[in-house]
Design a protein around this ligand. Structure first.
Ligand code: NDP
Length: 325
């Protein structure tokens, strides 16, 4: 069974009725095909941002991790655990080639004793994004002031923790008092604020430091417009995402960036496979020794995928949201 999007989303938050399911009948495997049974399926903000650019109905896409249950491909034998971009479906027939959208090959996450679901979060695409996006684009130095938006999300919470490990002073913005408390008390952020309650973003930041060296931007929009006013000279902004503008028909208003600040957008796909896998290995090592934490919400049931995505977009959760099939 796979999910499809039946109707264009009217607002930022889709409705459960916008989605529908379809049964797929598979022929016998041929050539180098193998059949994967999904264990966990991912919900991610980009699912919202891509939706407006597609004609409906379309197959809902997305990452999943599962096990090979039948195979004609020696590289992907039965029982191998495989991460792939197979969409919201419980069974997928793959052939081991990179898929057309992200150029991603199915891969064995080698999670070991850690929860398999992490292959979709801290030890998967969002982990790669946080690690390479922050270290390669922000190029943090000890003592730098680092600011992160959507700081209690999957990517943001990793960026903040990596920044702490690199000896930076970390400021996070997130959408509720509970998230703010989590960032301060559990992840060790130096400062954290509920952006929905902050009246003057610039004044708030400048009350605790004399400016920001690195801004890792996950949200765009009004919050980022306030944050970039605090950039120091020769600061670096990594434009990771702009969830506050996803689904919006209005152009994303580019804030006025102060002089001498480097702004760079990026996609995790720009780093080669070896770098991506090395990022996952490093994150895994840190996680095993407890240097980074990754909170996740596991929603039970394939039929909960639409509501899980809606909850993610509404900001209901701390960290990653995955669905257990
Ligand atoms: P998150 O877990 O951060 O996303 C969900 C969170 O977004 C919510 O919990 C909510 O947190 C926040 N949010 C929702 N609506 C708004 C809004 N209007 N304004 C501000 N915040 C909002 O997701 P990820 O960590 O997976 O992704 C973070 C960002 O990184 C996204 O923009 C995503 O598209 C981007 N991304 C980019 C990649 C790349 O290669 N460049 C790869 C992966 C992700 P809150 O309660 O704090 O509002």
């Amino acid at each position: 069974t796979k999910y499809v999007v039946k109707k264009p989303f009217k607002d930022f938050l889709p409705e459960p009725e916008d989605f529908g399911t379809k049964h797929e009948n598979f022929d016998k495997l041929k050539n180098d095909q193998f059949l994967v049974k999904a264990e966990y399926i991912s919900t991610d903000p980009y699912l919202r941002s891509f939706a407006n650019k597609r004609a409906v109905p379309y197959d809902q896409f997305g990452f999943q991790v599962g096990n090979v249950v039948e195979s004609l491909n020696p590289e992907y034998p039965v029982k191998m655990t495989v991460v792939s971009h197979s969409g919201w479906r419980d069974y997928a027939v793959l052939n081991g080639q990179p898929d057309d959208m992200f150029g991603i090959k199915p891969y064995d996450p080698q999670i070991g004793k850690l929860p398999l679901s992490l292959a979709l979060g801290a030890l998967g695409m969002p982990g790669i994004t946080a690690y390479l996006g922050f270290l390669e684009i922000c190029k943090p130095r000890t003592g730098d002031v680092v600011c992160v938006s959507s700081a209690a999300g999957t990517v943001g919470s990793l960026v903040g923790q990596i920044a702490k490990m690199k000896g930076c002073v970390v400021i996070g913005f997130a959408g509720s008092p509970e998230k703010v408390q989590y960032l301060r008390d559990e992840l060790g952020f130096n400062y954290a604020y509920d952006y929905k309650a902050v009246k003057d973003v610039k004044a708030t930041i400048l009350s605790v430091c004399n400016g920001i060296d690195c801004y890792f931007d996950n949200v765009g929009g009004e919050l980022s417009a306030g944050i970039v006013q605090c950039m120091k000279r020769v600061g670096r902004i990594a434009v990771c995402g702009s969830i506050s503008t996803y689904g919006s028909v209005v152009d994303q208003k580019m804030p006025i960036i102060p002089h001498n600040v480097k702004v760079q957008s990026f996609s995790f796909t720009q780093w080669d496979w070896e770098q991506q896998m090395a990022a996952i290995q490093q994150l895994k090592a840190w996680m095993q020794i407890g240097s980074i934490k990754a909170k996740e919400t596991v929603v039970q049931g394939f039929d909960q995928l639409p509501t899980a995505l809606i909850g993610l977009l509404r900001g209901d959760n701390i960290g990653k949201v995955v669905v257990k099939v």
